[in-house]
Design a protein around this ligand. Structure first.
Ligand SMILES: C[S@@+](CC[C@H](N)C(=O)[O-])C[C@H]1O[C@@H](n2cnc3c(N)ncnc32)[C@H](O)[C@@H]1O
Length: 219
């Protein structure tokens, strides 16, 4: 299913997180953790139940975790308390296609680190947005980022469209990675420092999606 309305998608994520889902951190967050300075302040855009935010927080980073789903945010905040990480990770409900929500999260993050550098992280979220929502998010994000700040993306690619899915029946937009990089470079003022596309990077049970990882820096 590729064309569900925004409300249907919101309902999908609420119901998805009502069922218990894995809090095991992803391969992608382990890679990003090895790329960034210790004690960074990281914004996790579309954090889901916070599995990666909780991992980063346990590594000593300060986290702002934002997601559309109130259910997901509640689970993450509960888990942070159980793990004694509640002072290291703030969970916020918000819509990343809504500029004031993006600005609000960045403002809170900057207060937390005395207006220093932020790291931006977004895994398996861009393909959950339609193209207009992606554009609104990226434009707001770009405007909020300081020169030299970095953003780390992982998303499903157009090559993944026909492959087996563990959760088949919901909205996904499969990205053209070359087009996405050109958008970052030509329209949004980023340089792309690293990009790779392949399988074996986000395997889940019987599913081995074809994903891209793109690391970009605000010029
Ligand atoms: C596939 S999940 C990925 C969650 C998490 N990043 C991970 O890797 O486990 C996609 C997430 O994007 C969130 N999402 C979708 N549209 C959003 C929006 N407009 N604003 C904020 N979050 C959104 C969903 O609620 C869901 O938690």
């Amino acid at each position: 299913m590729t064309n569900r309305s925004r409300e249907q998608r919101k309902t999908y994520w609420r119901e998805f997180y009502k069922q218990r889902h894995s809090l095991v951190p992803t391969q992608f967050c382990a890679l990003v953790a090895s790329e960034i300075a210790s004690h960074s302040t990281i914004v996790d855009w579309g954090s889901g139940n916070g599995r990666d935010s909780l991992f980063f927080a346990a590594q000593g980073h300060m986290m702002l975790a934002m997601d559309l789903s109130t259910e997901a945010v509640k689970i993450g905040a509960h888990e942070a308390r159980l793990r004694g990480l509640h002072e290291k990770v703030i969970f916020l409900q918000g819509d990343l296609s809504c500029r004031p929500d993006v600005e609000n999260v960045v403002q809170i993050a900057r207060k937390k680190n005395n207006n220093g550098f932020l790291v931006h992280y977004s895994r398996f979220v861009l393909h959950s947005l339609d193209e207009s929502e992606e554009d609104w998010f990226l434009e707001a994000l770009s405007d909020c980022m300081k020169p030299n700040e970095r953003v780390f993306f992982e998303f499903r690619t157009k090559e993944d469209a026909d492959r087996y899915k563990h959760y088949p029946d919901h909205f996904r937009r499969y990205l053209d990675t070359d087009k996405f990089q050109l958008k970052l470079i030509d329209n949004l003022g980023f340089s792309v420092e690293y990009a790779v596309t392949g399988s074996g990077m986000a395997k889940y049970k019987q599913e081995d999606p074809l994903v891209s990882r793109v690391f970009a820096r605000k010029i």
